[in-house]
Design a protein around this ligand. Structure first.
Ligand code: ZN
Length: 474
């Protein structure tokens, strides 16, 4: 009954979308004819995926890299000057604001589906994804993420099918069923018999099927087989501000090991999906520091991928993509308080403010945990003086912390996190205008055989269709 209602609701939303949006079969056909590709089929495809990354955050990370680290940001300062570049529309079948599941489905299958869908169409029927096509041709598939590995994006690119992205237990077992070669990230609980509803011991099943199993950085460094299950955390892996690298490797270490293992006996090629989820997770939690730091780590991982591309340039396609923007990153001029709107009472964001953001040594999530739901003034003051030195906490925000209230109708995800994020914004000019995703188009960059297909302005379903066309050699 509930399911019927959901489908009915979905159908009406779809009707509205297809009535108001001109994008449909005809448009897609046009772009496809323009994008007929007759060149070489890439043997290896590396997708460097940074979840929840829009252009405002890219520019922020670029400036942070230049002025805090005094180095170049590789993606914008080097790669985008050589690569094909596209701007991708991200809306889903159920909303103009997609989630990672519908976006992943569009990009991995070419089908527009509803928020929450993993490689199923709007009728909830499974549709074929890139991972399955690569496996059918005898190639290898790796899914790597600093999120829980059964999360929406790796699930979609790892060939899972599910009507609901939250069925993590099913998605974990589908990686085994799909014979995915490397599975690396967080999400150990969905593989363990004591935490799974069906009590299956998936770690034992993977091991029996010939996979190596590792749980920390040291074990990862020693991993040698062609098939690997690597699970470093029960759920998501830690943010940089709280990470212990001997337990949880960085994305750079993860991609190095993945490419090393995929290179063994690589006659048929591979699809490697490497995800930085934490730009999205941090942006949901109004955490500018970690959003930037994880994007910089992604940029370093991208350089490892680029080096592989350089060594195999005639048969490797390297794609950089995001699935949507998160947080409505909003770097803007604000007033210091509400007493005056005159220019002397304004904050103009500057490099000094970027350096202040760099010095924050705690995630908003960990800070929220420290404060709890009803912190005292003394607890709040201690947190600010320890981790947010020099920050001013306005009285209205202090009251929200003490009463466990969120900031606004668009800034609500974690109550305490949203307030701390607002404090960071008011002190620096680096705001999140939302705690959810936005409809901002995202950048796609590609280099190598087939890269030309990712030029121009296109829909996320075109991304999927072009990728599938390349894998099928059409
Ligand atoms: Zn998200």
């Amino acid at each position: 009954m509930i399911k019927n209602n959901i489908i009915k609701a979905l159908a009406s939303v779809l009707f509205v979308l297809f009535t108001v949006l001109p994008a449909g079969a005809d448009d897609t056909k046009n772009t496809e004819t323009q994008k007929k590709y007759t060149g070489k089929v890439p043997k290896n495809i590396i997708i460097m995926f940074t979840d929840g990354t829009g252009t405002a955050l890219l520019e922020t990370a670029r400036l942070y890299m230049q002025h805090v680290h005094e180095e170049k940001f590789f993606l914008t300062d080097t790669l985008l000057n050589k690569a094909s570049m596209g701007l991708m529309s991200t809306y889903s079948a159920s909303s103009l604001v997609t989630d990672s599941a519908a976006a992943g489905t569009a990009m991995a299958t070419g089908y527009k589906s509803y928020n929450g869908s993993i490689n199923v169409n709007v009728q909830q029927e499974p549709v074929v994804s890139v991972a399955e096509l690569v496996k059918e041709k005898g190639g290898k598939v790796a899914v790597v993420s600093n999120a829980n590995i059964t999360d929406a994006s790796p699930a979609a690119f790892g060939g899972a099918h599910n009507a609901n992205r939250r069925n993590y237990d099913d998605i974990a077992s589908q990686f085994l069923q799909g014979n995915i070669d490397i599975i690396m990230g967080g999400g150990r609980k969905y593989f363990r018999s004591e935490r799974r509803k069906d009590k299956r011991d998936l770690v034992a099943e993977f091991t029996k099927a010939g996979y190596g199993f590792v749980e920390d950085s040291q074990q990862l460094a020693a991993a040698e087989g062609k098939k690997l299950l690597a699970l470093f955390a029960e759920k998501d892996m830690s943010f940089i501000t709280e990470r212990h690298e001997e337990k949880e490797p960085s994305l750079v270490t993860m991609i190095q090991t993945t490419l090393k293992l995929l290179s063994k006996d690589n006659e048929k090629g591979f699809l490697a999906f490497i995800e930085n989820e934490h730009t999205d997770s941090a942006s949901h939690r109004s955490d500018m520091t970690n959003a930037i730091k994880h994007l910089i780590e992604f940029d370093q991982a991208l350089q490892v991928a680029y080096q592989f591309y350089r060594n195999h340039a005639d048969d490797t396609l390297l794609i950089v993509a995001s699935d949507h923007e998160t947080g409505g990153v909003n770097i803007t001029v604000s007033t210091k308080d509400m007493t005056s709107n005159k220019s002397k009472n304004r904050i103009f964001p500057s490099l000094k403010h970027l350096k202040i953001i760099a010095d924050i040594s705690i995630s908003t999530r960990a800070a929220a945990k420290k404060l709890g739901k009803s912190p005292t003034d003394a607890q709040i003051d201690k947190l600010i003086s320890t981790y947010y030195q020099g920050f001013v906490l306005d009285q209205d925000l202090r009251n929200k912390l003490k009463n466990n209230e969120f900031v606004s109708r668009t800034n609500f995800y974690g109550r305490t996190e949203s307030v701390l994020g607002e404090m960071i914004g008011r002190n620096t000019g680096f705001f999140f205008s939302a705690t959810h995703h936005t409809n901002e188009p995202v950048i796609v960059a590609a280099i190598g055989p087939g890269a030309v297909l990712f030029n121009g302005y296109f829909d996320n379903t075109d991304f999927g269709k072009r990728l599938i066309g390349l894998i099928e050699g059409k």
